[in-house]
Every structure is written in structure tokens, then in C-alpha cells.
Write a protein that binds this ligand. Structure first.
Ligand SMILES: NC(=O)C1=CN([C@@H]2O[C@H](COP(=O)(O)OP(=O)(O)OC[C@H]3O[C@@H](n4cnc5c(N)ncnc54)[C@H](OP(=O)(O)O)[C@@H]3O)[C@@H](O)[C@H]2O)C=CC1
Ligand SMILES: O=C(O)CCC(=O)C(=O)O
Length: 358
């Protein structure tokens, strides 16, 4: 099922459970605005290349629209629409005064040089600058983007509108970013996991975790879970997957990833097939990469008793049904990964007040 169909289906189920008025249900499914722009840049060798960028602004009933910008080859209008809608529900669940939006560019950031990424980000910002703003729509990092990307957006936006640090969150600290934003989504994943386990009379200590994705969210979650006494027994990223049933030495893995730009080749664990990561034996599975990875093809083989959705919409509705019949408890994305946007809110509040604690 595609991302938007899955997100709409979940929303309709929730609307029915809430007894939501049918007109309200219909209007909440329709995004406020969908933006599509061509971003043409010269590559470092002088050839011209064109990418398609999107920003979907889903809803602003509760405040400025808020959500990340993703650079990934699979970015398409359906995916961005689904992610924008999820941001509306997420900011409401976290009870912060925002609506929802999401953006992205269909590109492979790993194949672009730093200067190509900068040119692409600046052209994208030139095309959307009059549709984002500190009280209208506030972007942040997502997959394939980071504080540097936010710094380029801030700089380009400020050329048109004057210095406006509150136009993006997840910025470098020196530009008004918030201490802790980098770790916030992973830290929120730990807090959410602790609360869920507590409800089941358990704690993180000694639980066996498998984590798919070792970028911002996955690596911070791994580090904090390791520090809290959890045992991370397998992790994967695009380079490969590794496993150690006695628990991976996460600080050593972080050093390896910094040097080699991936988990592949880490000497302290065994290499396994990336395709088997979600079905590895564990107590708690944390998908922290792409959407739709848990689906009817693999749901029956999942061994975890708990799934913490650190990624956005990692579980397809068909898999939801299979897993619920198996008694697997799933902590939904709009709660489990809301720590990032919560700290983004504090960053934005500091910026609009001109408050800087250096
Ligand atoms: N950043 C944030 O604050 C928030 C992020 N999220 C969600 O969390 C998820 C991860 O985002 P984030 O950590 O920021 O992104 P990053 O780009 O920092 O990291 C993504 C990670 O996923 C890996 N990856 C990509 N494709 C695959 C694959 N097919 N199999 C295994 N691993 C893969 C990447 O590998 P490699 O590095 O080798 O390419 C990387 O390790 C996304 O769903 C995002 O929407 C949700 C809330 C907030
Ligand atoms: O920090 C933010 O504003 C948005 C984070 C995000 O994109 C997400 O929660 O999926």
C-alpha cells in the first residue's frame, strides 16, 4: 500500500473511533497547499542537472506548519503528502502549537558533493522562500538533511526576508540552534520506550533491541539505549547489517561509523543480510529509516514483542493487522518520534523571542 493510502486509512480509522464529524474528516484529509518545484543546478563538472522538490503544507489550524525536509531518491508527492499529514497529527499529539508540513527533494545526497548539495538547497529555497516563514511554515532536518542544510536554507531565506533564524529549526548552535535538538528524536524514542515498558512491568535494562537505520535517529537511540542498560543486538544502515547476540559495543560502533561512513566492516560484530534485520530475534524492534518496511511480506516473521516506530510510517496497515493478531505491541510514530519536533518548538520559541544562551 502506498504511503498516502496507508496514512489516510489510519486517519479514517481514528476518525471513526473519535466519532469525528464527516465534513471535518474530509477537510482534514485534504492538504492546505502542495508545492512542486524544479531545481536545476550545475554539477561540479559543469553539466546541468535537474531535481524535483516538494513542500506539502497539510494543516495550520493549530499554528505554523512544521516538518522536516528529506533528501532521498524515493521522495515523491504521495510520500511527502503522507509525511506532512503525519506532522499535523504529531504536533497535536505532542500538544505543541503547530500544524503539519513536510518537504523533500528526489535525489541521492550520498552521490552529491558538499558544494552540489549547497547549490541544490539554495535553489530549492529560492523557489519556496515566499511560501515558508517563521509564522507560516518552519522546516527542519529529516532523512538525508542535517544542521548544515538548515544553515543554507536560513542564509538563502534571509537574503530575501532579512535575518530570520526562526525560519528553520535543527540549525547549528552558532546560528541559534538548540542544544539537544540533534539527540532529541532518539532521546524521545528512549523515553517513549521506557514509558511503554513500565506499563508492561518491564525496564530497558537487559532488553534486546534491533535497530534498522543508524543515522541521526537510529544512532542516538542506540547510544542512549546502550547507556540505559539495553542490549543492542543488531543494527543496519544502507552499507549493511551487523549482529552480536551479546550486545554490540555501541560507542565503538559510533567511532567506526564516523571513520567508515557505515556499519559495514565493524570488527566487533558479525555481518548479516540487511534483508533479515527486521526479523532478527529480539525483544524490541526499532525501525529508524524508511516508511513501509514492515509489511505483509515480513510481518509474520517478526519476533519482537514490541515495535517502537522511530521512523515515520514504518508499519503498513496490513502488517498492523497481522502483528496485532500476534499480540505485538506497536508504539506509533506520531508519539514515539515526537521528541524531535518538541525540541524544534523550543528552538523556535527562543528564536522568535531573540533569546540566545551562548
Ligand atoms: N531527524 C529527526 O529529527 C526525525 C526523523 N524522523 C524519522 O526517522 C527516520 C530516520 O531519519 P534520520 O535518522 O533523521 O535520517 P538520517 O538520514 O540521519 O538516517 C537515515 C538512516 O537510515 C539508513 N537507511 C536508509 N535506507 C535504508 C535501508 N533501506 N535499510 C537500512 N537503513 C537504511 C541510512 O543509511 P546511510 O546513512 O548508510 O544512508 C541512515 O543510517 C525517518 O523516517 C525520519 O522521517 C522522525 C522524527 C524526527
Ligand atoms: O523538527 C521538526 O520540525 C520536524 C521533525 C520531523 O520532520 C518529524 O518529526 O518527522
Amino acid at each position: 500500500m502506498n504511503a498516502l493510502a496507508a496514512t489516510n486509512r489510519n486517519f479514517k480509522l481514528a476518525a471513526r473511533l473519535l466519532g469525528l464529524d464527516s465534513k471535518l474528516e474530509k477537510s482534514l484529509l485534504i492538504p492546505f497547499r502542495e508545492i512542486k518545484v524544479e531545481c536545476t543546478i550545475p554539477k561540479d563538472d559543469g553539466t546541468l542537472v535537474s531535481y524535483v522538490g516538494f513542500r506539502v503544507q497539510h494543516d495550520n489550524a493549530r499554528g505554523p506548519m512544521k516538518g522536516g525536509i528529506r533528501y532521498h531518491p524515493e521522495v515523491d508527492p504521495d510520500e511527502v503528502n503522507a509525511l506532512a499529514q503525519l506532522m499535523t497529527w504529531k504536533t497535536a499529539v505532542a500538544n505543541i502549537p503547530y500544524g503539519g508540513a513536510k518537504g523533500g527533494i528526489g535525489c541521492n545526497p550520498g552521490e552529491l558533493s558538499i558544494s552540489e548539495l549547497e547549490r541544490l538547497t539554495r535553489v530549492f529555497t529560492q523557489k519556496i522562500h515566499d511560501l515558508i516563514g517563521i509564522h507560516t511554515d518552519v522546516p527542519a532536518p529529516d532523512m538525508g538533511t542535517n544542521p548544515q542544510t538548515m544553515a543554507w536554507i536560513l542564509d538563502e531565506y534571509s537574503k530575501f526576508h532579512g535575518y530570520s533564524p526562526a525560519v528553520v529549526t535543527g540549525k547549528p548552535i552558532d546560528l541559534g540552534g538548540s542544544l539537544g535538538r540533534d539527540a532529541a528524536t532518539g532521546r524521545g524514542v528512549l523515553f517513549a520506550t521506557e514509558a511503554l515498558l513500565n506499563d508492561h512491568g518491564k525496564s530497558v535494562t537487559g532488553q534486546r533491541f534491533v535497530i534498522q537505520g543508524f543515522g541521526n535517529v537510529g544512532s542516538w537511540a542506540a547510544q542512549l539505549i546502550h547507556e540505559a542498560g539495553g542490549k543492542v543486538v543488531a543494527v543496519s544502515d544502507i552499507s549493511g547489517a551487523i549482529k552480536d547476540k551479546n550486545g554490540i559495543d555501541i560507542p565503538a560502533l559510533l567511532r567506526h561509523v564516523k571513520e567508515h561512513r557505515g556499519v559495514k566492516g565493524f570488527g566487533g560484530a558479525n555481518a548479516i543480510e540487511s534483508s533479515s534485520i527486521l526479523t532478527e530475534d529480539c525483544d524490541i524492534l526499532i525501525p529508524a529509516a524508511l516508511g513501509g518496511v514492515i509489511n505483509r511480506e515480513n510481518a509474520n516473521d517478526i519476533k519482537a514483542k514490541f515495535i517502537i516506530e522511530a521512523a515515520n510510517h514504518p508499519t503498513d496497515p496490513e502488517a498492523d493487522e497481522i502483528l496485532s493478531k500476534k499480540g505485538v505491541v506497536i508504539l506509533p510514530d506520531i508519539f514515539a518520534n515526537s521528541g524531535g519536533v518538541t525540541v524544534s518548538y523550543f528552538e523556535w520559541v527562543q528564536n522568535i523571542q531573540g533569546l540566545y544562551v551562548g
